[in-house]
Design a protein around this ligand. Structure first.
Ligand code: PEP
Ligand code: MG
Length: 573
């Protein structure tokens, strides 16, 4: 028996035989043409065909109800005419005289690399989408389109290097028991598809060797691909599979009910989203709002900034998905490891300590801040949007940001445009300086949201992109826990709400402690919502008093972990 550890991209357990999916590699001729104008023309025709083929796929997916995939194809269609991709290819052909397929290959690789250099799962996913789009174009140019997974022989566990929308288009969901990929992240296409199909998936399995037809167990609860299990093991997994299914169905039935502890304390369970499709999925899974709408996706993959209108349209759609439930739109958070091609961002020695997020926005409000604030205020008219500023470190930044909001409101009134004049404005608490004076800052904002991903990085001095120090980054470090306590108490003393949108909020081993500390709203990955609600419904806030006492006086993480461990719930209940 071999066990390969992997990342759980969609929870569940499945047993079956392996269908090994290999993409047929297309060899392309890298040569130059004498008449590049004709070559550009040939490329433009290919773009038209790709666009038609993507819209056909979108229609298919709409019929199948796979909304997120529809969105991915839509993104791909947009790239076909985007200056950073489709147009860049045409320019490349004109400038270099390369054959179209070689130009497609080069530009796809370059842009995909740019995306995957960004330490963000969302962009890792977009990187795969670009490579996939390149394959589609090359397939059309060379007359070698692949059949993908539309012809599965029977119910199988699909194992592949990575799966892209074109591989899975037309896939028969009744024949897929589980998806396993060597590459990929929790937001890769494979993960998104598996979650919308409700089938187990493991990604990031690494360079595993496996033969077609091998019997395997996909343990997307424990996070392992088990090859050739013994009969006893198989029996154990089959029982676990049935248990997981029962539990999931059970949890989904109550996912839209509130999260109330056994002693009657209610908290908000919200989701973090980065697109309209995410918002829809979150609502389906029982999210009571969005504690973090990341807006970076609108800005990063392009050479020009999105207009106010374009932003308005997306924020409005997200607000409409959530209806009366609140959705917190966070203003642009780039810098650090995320660069904007449309803004001059000179290299910095320590970019995470540099011109990032609100600092960058305040350095050029006319271009970066006002259009976004105006779009959020307008999209919030008659809807439940809130606005939030990232990376706040001092009262001065709050004042400046609020002045920008006032400036935009005055402009909008003068222009006679509708907007939400009463929109709540909050800040992320993700820098220790803000956490330490949270009690004072609380008087100047409407709410707090704790960003533990950065709070951990800045408190413990561990670069969140540096694997060699990753073991030091721990949300249950006593210093982090004490800061969280401080922030929540500071908010409450001023009569304000305190939420959390860092990864910690959805972590079953941290939820009991956060509940004990009095956190009001927990915002997490959409898939975690039903599980978090279930966990909270089994806890009594009163029983957590001792956990709180120990956690806020502990010296080591081990002491805290030992206590919280007693209240954690596994995926199997
Ligand atoms: C955080 O820092 O915890 C957070 C939610 O923001 P991001 O991960 O986008 O920096
Ligand atoms: Mg952050």
């Amino acid at each position: 028996v071999i066990r390969y550890p992997g990342i759980v991209a969609s929870p569940g357990i499945a047993t079956g035989r392996v269908f090994l999916y290999r993409k047929t590699a297309v060899r392309i001729a890298r040569k130059c043409v004498t008449d590049s104008a004709t070559e550009v023309e040939r490329y433009r025709n290919c773009v038209k065909e790709a666009d038609d083929s993507l819209s056909t796929l979108m229609e298919q997916m709409e019929v199948d109800g796979v909304e997120e995939q529809v969105e991915i194809f839509e993104i791909q269609r947009e790239f076909l005419t985007d200056p950073s991709y489709g147009e860049a290819i045409a320019e490349r052909i004109a400038e270099t005289g390369l054959v179209a397929e070689a130009a497609v290959e080069d530009v796809s690789k370059e842009l995909a690399e740019e995306f995957s250099a960004i330490d963000d799962e969302y962009f890792a996913g977009r990187s795969a989408d670009i490579l996939d789009l390149g394959k589609l174009l090359i397939g059309i140019l060379t007359g070698t389109k692949s059949e993908g997974l539309s012809n599965l022989p029977g119910p199988s566990v699909v194992v592949a290097d990575d799966l892209a929308p074109s591989d899975t288009a037309g896939i028969d969901r009744d024949k897929v028991l589980a998806l396993c990929t060597r590459a990929g992240s929790a937001t890769s296409h494979t993960a998104i598809l598996a979650r919308s199909f409700g089938i187990p998936a493991l990604v990031g399995l690494g360079p595993i060797a496996i033969e077609p037809g091998t019997e395997v167990v996909v343990d997307a609860v424990g996070g392992a691909l088990v090859v050739e299990p013994s009969p006893e093991e198989l029996a154990t997994f089959t029982r676990a599979e049935a248990k997981f299914q029962d539990r999931k169905e059970f949890l989904l039935r109550s996912a839209k009910e509130p999260a109330v502890t056994t002693d009657g304390h209610r908290v908000g369970i919200w989701a973090n989203v980065g697109s309209v499709a995410d918002a829809r999925q979150a609502l389906e899974l029982g999210a009571e709002g969005s504690g973090l709408v990341r807006t970076e996706f609108l800005f990063l993959n392009r050479k020009t900034l999105p207009s106010e209108e374009e932003q308005y349209e997306v924020y409005r759609q997200i607000a409409e998905v959530f209806g009366k439930r609140p959705a917190i739109i966070r203003t642009l958070d780039v810098g650090g490891d995320k660069k904007l091609p449309s803004v001059d961002m000179p290299p910095e020695e320590n970019p995470f300590l540099g011109r990032r997020a609100i600092r960058l926005a305040l350095s050029d409000p006319e271009r970066l801040l006002y259009p976004q604030i105006r779009a959020i205020l307008r999209a919030g008219y008659g809807r439940a949007l809130r606005m939030m500023f990232p990376m706040i470190s001092s009262i001065e930044e709050i004042r400046e940001a609020r002045e920008a909001v006032e400036h935009c409101k005055e402009e909008l009134s003068r222009e006679g445009l509708d907007f939400d004049a009463e929109m709540p404005v909050g800040i992320m608490i993700e820098i220790p300086s803000a956490a330490i004076i949270a009690d004072r800052l609380a008087h100047h904002v409407d709410f707090f949201s704790i960003g533990t991903n950065d709070l951990v990085q800045y408190t413990i001095a561990v670069d969140r992109t540096n694997d060699t120090v990753a073991h030091l980054a721990d949300t249950l470090h006593p210093a982090v826990v004490s800061l969280i306590q401080r922030v929540i108490e500071g908010a409450h003393a001023a009569g304000k709400e305190c939420g959390m949108c860092g990864e910690m909020a959805g972590d079953p081993s941290a939820i009991p402690l956060l509940l004990a500390l009095g956190l009001d709203d927990f915002s997490m990955a959409p898939g975690s919502v039903p599980f978090a609600k279930d966990q909270i419904r089994r806890l009594s806030k009163g029983d957590l008093e001792q956990l709180k006492r120990i956690a806020v006086t502990a010296t080591s993480r081990e002491e805290i972990k030992k206590e919280t461990g007693r209240f954690a719930t596994g995926l199997l209940g």
